[in-house]
Design a protein. Structure first.
Length: 185
């Protein structure tokens, strides 16, 4: 096959991905997603921390049936009571995804467009299948960096706008009894 830009085997997959993340990270700072947090305004006055960074690999050719993959480092932190989290998105049309936990402790929020919520705890070696139609947002509920890899079909469109516009409907707050998922008003 010509034009194959994805190695058929990546030795030490995680280490190599991490190296490339370090070289060319795509970062999301708090200001990039200020509206997602209940108390972002007060935090933004003083600071603009890096919330997460990610690296993705879209194979070429990326026609139907190929798989893209990537890795995310989601840092520990709080905005008020609310844990650091990813922006979250839907896939337009059909297209599932697989997340695999590598390090740390996360809570994955899954949401339908009708507002139905499911959550999954993600730690090292957890595999979660995200079916078509479910938005996904990862929340770092631990004290260390949460690292996870993801695999998704090439060619899908990511819909971040719906979550930016409507919110996710639920927040994950740090309490004395541990993480608590609360519905937004
Ligand atoms: Fe996705």
């Amino acid at each position: 096959m010509k034009n194959l830009k994805v190695p058929l085997a990546i030795e030490n997959y995680i280490d190599n991905l991490h190296k490339r993340v370090t070289e060319a990270p795509l970062g999301r700072y708090l200001k990039d997603m200020a509206g997602a947090y209940q108390d972002a305004e007060s935090v933004l006055v003083e600071d603009n921390p890096l919330v997460y960074r990610f690296w993705t690999f879209e194979p070429f050719p990326g026609g139907e049936g190929e798989l893209a993959f990537g890795m995310t480092d989601l840092y520990p932190g709080l905005v008020g009571q609310e844990y650091f989290m990813t922006a979250g998105h839907f896939h337009r049309g059909s297209g599932g995804e697989i997340y695999v936990g590598v390090a740390g402790e996360g809570l994955l929020l899954l949401l339908t467009r009708d507002g139905e919520l499911e959550t999954r705890t993600v730690v090292k070696d957890t595999l979660v299948y995200i079916p078509s139609g479910w938005a996904h947002r990862m929340v770092n509920i631990g004290d260390e960096t949460l690292r996870f890899t993801a695999f998704w079909p090439t060619g899908i469109e990511h819909d971040y706008a719906s979550i930016r516009r409507d919110g996710f409907g639920y927040r994950v707050l740090k309490t004395e009894d541990g993480p608590k998922v609360v519905k937004c008003k």
